[in-house]
Design a protein around this ligand. Structure first.
Ligand SMILES: *Cc1c(COP(=O)(O)O)cnc(C)c1O
Length: 461
């Protein structure tokens, strides 16, 4: 296989992709497979001799598509979406062809500079004020880890990096139980220890309030512990909870404790001004993460972290050995110094393509449709016999259940075996509930209302 062969096969791949996408509605959303079914079809060892691409291709077509859960399926209502807009896929083809590693500015100036511009386009798009700059990570998990490491070092006066954590003060972090498990992971990996992540109580709306945060910090100070950081939830993964952002950030400022806001999913919705009241006050945060790779259409991976003072994070994560220096350009932005990994993909190109190909108006229209279809669907399925709405729509996410938990679980299994739609589950105050979010880039109203049809069919006696 050489580059002339690639010219041929990549055209074939483009045709395959178009057919795959236009045929998605005919496929079951979730792979209808038992574990091991795919591995059984692949030889146990690598080939000694080169194989013709035609054979490799044939095996791909035979084995892989049928073994996939189709994230771009218009009726993917599970987890959160990982949307790949056509313009994003095109940009990724070009990135793929150049296959750069944008670790420092000079290893791909276009990657660094378009990343700087795109972060600022997104800042404006979601309504954050001037003064925030940022970077693109692979995942919100890594953005949150970077923020936690930076807050840790701020609290330690940057001594932890050199001296380690042993013998230092006990650092305390605060988040509600609605935050994503990536916060727990960051706290563990950063050496803070799970026990020092205080899960602050939430109110009836599943929100951390300023008063509750204030009380938790005061209790720790009284016990001789050192508050080091607050992670706020702006659109929780389970049921879409939002902390009282303005109140909590006012406490952070008064207490001198830095903050990070996790808006991984809901951040995309903030391109619509009418949803911004949900994270009102966010401009007082030190760090904000959101994933264009979820709801916006810039495919996985693409997680943007906005920072008020990037210097603190660069001081925490940046290392510049001689082989990463750029002679005479010490002030240049080298984005690897803002993140944990050294190597980095050119992720900004797909943002450039997506934002231009659809415009903010086109992207807003999709998100507004998703939110209003979620509300309509909620009303329709609330009218079905036996169905109880467990949590009301937060943006485009809500949950429902039957009265009996075992029957709810059985219903979810029947839904996903049926294949027309794909839903997942959560627990709400201990109660097993079926979770649905509307967010697929290509879904239309009929796709969403097919949830009602499917439920009717499956609930029929
Ligand atoms: C999806 C999600 C994450 C994790 O995102 P990754 O990019 O997969 O690491 C974190 N927080 C929230 C609220 C999420 O919805």
């Amino acid at each position: 296989m050489d580059h002339e062969d690639l010219r041929l096969w990549s055209k074939r791949a483009a045709d395959w992709a178009a057919d795959y996408h236009s045929g998605l509605r005919e496929r079951p959303v979730r792979a209808p497979l038992e574990p091991g079914a795919v591995a059984r079809q692949v030889p146990n060892g690598p080939p000694e001799l080169a194989e013709p691409m035609a054979e490799i291709w044939a095996d791909f077509e035979r084995i892989v598509p049928a073994g996939m859960t189709h994230w771009q399926h218009p009726r993917f209502f599970a987890y959160f979406p990982a949307n790949a807009a056509p313009a994003s896929m095109l940009a990724e083809q070009l990135v793929n062809a150049m296959a750069c590693n944008a670790l420092i500015w000079q290893t791909s100036p276009a990657a660094t500079e378009i990343e700087q511009v795109m972060v600022d386009w997104l800042r404006q798009a979601v309504g954050l004020p001037e003064g925030f700059v940022g970077t693109i990570h692979d995942s919100a998990t890594n953005a949150t880890l970077s923020a936690v490491l930076t807050m840790r070092e701020k609290a330690l006066g940057w001594r932890g990096l050199e001296a380690g954590l042993a013998g230092g003060p006990v650092l305390r972090f605060y988040a509600s139980a609605e935050t994503h498990s990536s916060v727990d992971k960051a706290i563990r990996v950063a050496g803070i220890g799970q026990r020092n992540l205080v899960k602050v109580v939430t109110d009836a709306d599943r929100a951390m309030t300023g008063a509750a945060l204030q009380a938790a910090i005061a209790a720790d100070r009284a016990a001789g512990l050192q508050p080091a950081g607050v992670i706020l939830c702006a659109g929780g993964t389970s049921v879409g909870a939002f902390d009282r952002i303005a109140e909590c950030l006012a406490v952070c400022r008064a207490e001198g404790v830095p903050s990070h806001v996790d808006a991984a999913w809901a951040g995309s919705a903030m391109i619509c001004p009418e949803f911004r009241s949900l994270w009102e006050g966010v401009e007082a945060a030190d760090s904000v993460v959101f994933n264009p790779h979820k709801w916006l259409g810039a495919q996985f991976d693409c997680s943007v972290q906005f920072l008020k003072d990037p210097g603190a994070q660069v001081r925490t994560l940046g290392l510049r050995p001689t082989y990463l220096e750029t002679a005479g350009r010490e002030e240049i932005v080298n984005f690897n110094e803002w993140t944990v990994p050294l190597g980095r993909r050119f992720r900004a190109l797909k943002l450039w393509f997506v934002l231009r190909a659809y415009g903010l108006q086109g992207l807003r229209a999709r998100i507004r449709n998703h939110v209003s279809w979620a509300v309509e669907l909620r009303d329709r399925i609330a009218a079905l016999p036996g169905i109880e709405i467990v949590t009301e729509p937060r943006l485009s996410l809500f949950t429902f259940a039957l009265a009996d938990a075992t029957e709810t679980e059985a219903l979810l299994n029947r839904i996903n075996d049926d294949g027309r739609i794909y839903l997942t589950q959560t627990r709400v105050d201990g109660r097993f509930a079926i979770r649905i979010q509307i967010g697929s880039f290509d879904c239309c109203r009929e796709d969403v209302m097919l949830v009602e049809t499917t439920l009717k069919d499956l609930l029929a006696p």
